[in-house]
Design a protein around this ligand. Structure first.
Ligand code: F6P
Length: 531
């Protein structure tokens, strides 16, 4: 599938950009956002071939199946309907012949009414109005609400939100320190309500609450698909917000898992966030493939990883409040498309999805951009930046931020050749062999690809668009690779072995069945005072 495309690599980005109108033709503008992929080595012919691949691999058909409620998560026999969580009023989505939207909207209305009660002080803790919310969850039950809550800090007018995810007791210890149990609300967010990290933290939080509050369960909320288990934990059904198993964990921040965000910014702004997601859904469903932002973002991703062979891609938001976006995209992309076999169980041609990583600019510039500019492996960079920050009094900061974002994509593309480096060193007074040696260190290979997403301001609506954009990108890449983006069997083995390992650490089980390395590690930890 990729061989013919591999013949098309090797173009010089600067030369491509000199072609008439590339700067307008390798760009998609939709609903206030501009996605520029002109600074990649994708030629017109390569783009045509990738678009043809999207057609032959059935992207449009699979998209219709997903939006129509078909069970496209075939290994778990489930529909994939996170899009229903943000669907506009006039949409109908059926699962097994039943319109699922009335129930979704009823749960959202209950969430909104609960959030308003908390925000207005009508729902109180034992010590008065709720000042702090602690969300306990992990993976998809943590990363989305945490990322979104940080991203939309300028819109916060509710209680302070905190997030605990790691089973490491340090996480919950440090979070609860300084909080007053009498005015704290705890959300236990777990799709399955069985995840060991979350249930261990939930129990610790309950004990912490019980020391100061007579009825600790009254200050607990559950978000889960498993209402029998939330009841067994002792949470009143009026404070349980359920969702269905056709919402994948890493796609779930649009529904009840988004409760911390709704508490922080209020139900109306949460609706704006949903509206942004819905707008991207409409664009994804209706725009032609060639001008379809998620489709082209996916094709650029496949071009870089499967065709050019670049092993990773960097997510580089020039926005400090998007500091958790790379972590969020890591789960979204790597848990979805990090699969070695196709839906049929055959090896994936061209390999699975790439490693995704990143940090906000400009911090990354002073940390790892060295490798991106001069290292020997190419890292496609996905930059994003808003025209305006939220601090008009600090506009000069924002101009510097934007300048850095634009300058980086330019520097990556242009690089610096040996002659220019020599001239610089000559101006600095070097000569002969020393000039040559010093100049070599100042050469940048250039021709390094980047894409840039620009928009006016990071509002709830824009955040919704961006998240949905990447969700659909993952979908398109998954369809073209022929894999199931919606299961995650790869996380199971470690969980099973961790269950076996705990009794070894307590001494209830012997270590003899384990390999030599593990046996020695256990012995060292025990001798070092394992607790
Ligand atoms: O272990 C992986 C995973 O199942 C993720 O897919 C999920 O987001 C996370 O664990 C948390 O699961 P839950 O919401 O059921 O606690």
């Amino acid at each position: 599938m990729w061989d013919e495309l591999k013949q098309r690599t090797g173009a010089k980005i600067v030369e491509l950009l000199a072609e008439p109108d590339r700067a307008n033709r390798f760009v998609i503008e939709a609903d206030g956002m501009r996605f520029d992929y002109a600074k990649t080595s994708m030629t017109d012919a390569a783009r045509d071939a990738l678009l043809a691949l999207a057609e032959t691999q059935g992207v449009a058909k699979k998209r219709a199946e997903m939006f129509g409620g078909a069970a496209i998560n075939e290994t778990e026999g489930r529909s994939v309907l996170h899009i229903a969580l943000r669907a506009p009023e006039d949409v109908v989505v059926h699962v097994d012949g039943v319109d699922v939207l009335p129930e979704l909207r009823a749960v959202r209305a209950r969430m909104a009414s609960f959030a308003e009660d908390v925000r207005a002080g009508r729902f109180e803790g034992a010590g008065g109005p709720i000042t702090d919310v602690v969300n306990i969850g992990i993976g998809g039950s943590h990363l989305g609400p945490e990322m979104g809550t940080l991203a939309l800090a300028p819109y916060h007018d509710g209680p302070r939100c905190h997030f605990v995810s790691n089973v490491d007791g340090a996480d919950i210890h440090d979070c609860l320190q300084g909080l007053d149990p009498k005015t704290t609300l705890v959300i236990i967010a777990s799709k399955t309500f069985t995840t060991i990290e979350t249930m261990t933290n939930a129990e610790t939080a309950r004990q912490w609450m019980a020391q100061a509050v007579e009825e600790p369960g009254a200050q607990f909320v559950a978000v889960s698909t498993a209402e029998d288990k939330t009841a067994a934990f002792g949470i009143d059904p009026s404070r349980v917000f359920g969702f269905e198993d056709w919402v994948g964990g890493r796609y779930s921040m649009w529904g009840p898992i988004g409760l911390p965000l709704m508490l922080a910014i209020g139900p109306e702004r949460f609706e704006d966030f949903l509206a942004g997601g819905a707008a991207m859904d409409a664009h994804f469903c209706h725009a032609d493939l060639a001008v379809n932002m998620p489709v082209m973002l996916a094709l650029v991703g496949l071009w870089h990883h499967q065709v050019c062979g670049y092993p990773t891609r960097a997510v580089l938001p020039y926005d400090q409040r998007l500091s958790r976006l790379a972590a969020y995209f890591q789960q979204l992309e790597m848990e979805s498309n990090g699969k070695g076999v196709t839906m049929e169980g055959a090896p994936v041609e061209g390999g699975s999805g790439p490693v995704v990583w990143g940090e906000p600019g400009t911090n990354g510039q002073h940390a790892f951009y060295q490798l991106i500019h001069q290292g020997t492996q190419v890292v496609p960079c996905e930059l994003m930046v808003a025209a305006r920050g939220h601090e008009p009094e600090l506009a000069h900061h924002h101009r510097l931020l934007v300048a850095n974002c634009l300058a980086q994509s330019e520097a990556l593309m242009l690089g610096r050749d040996m002659d220019t480096a020599r001239a610089l060193m000559s101006d600095a007074g070097f000569e002969g062999a020393e000039l040559e040696r010093q100049a070599a260190h100042r050469v940048f290979p250039g021709n390094r690809p980047s894409t840039t997403l620009v928009y006016d301001q990071l509002t709830p609506y824009r955040l919704g668009q961006i998240i949905a954009l990447y969700e659909h990108r993952v979908f398109v890449e998954g369809v073209i690779l022929g894999i199931n983006s919606y299961d995650q069997w790869g996380v199971e083995l470690g969980k099973v072995l961790a269950k076996e390992m705990e009794p070894i650490l307590t001494g209830e089980a012997g270590v003899d069945d384990k390999d030599g390395s593990t046996r020695n590690l256990v012995a060292f930890l025990k001798s070092a005072g394992l607790n």
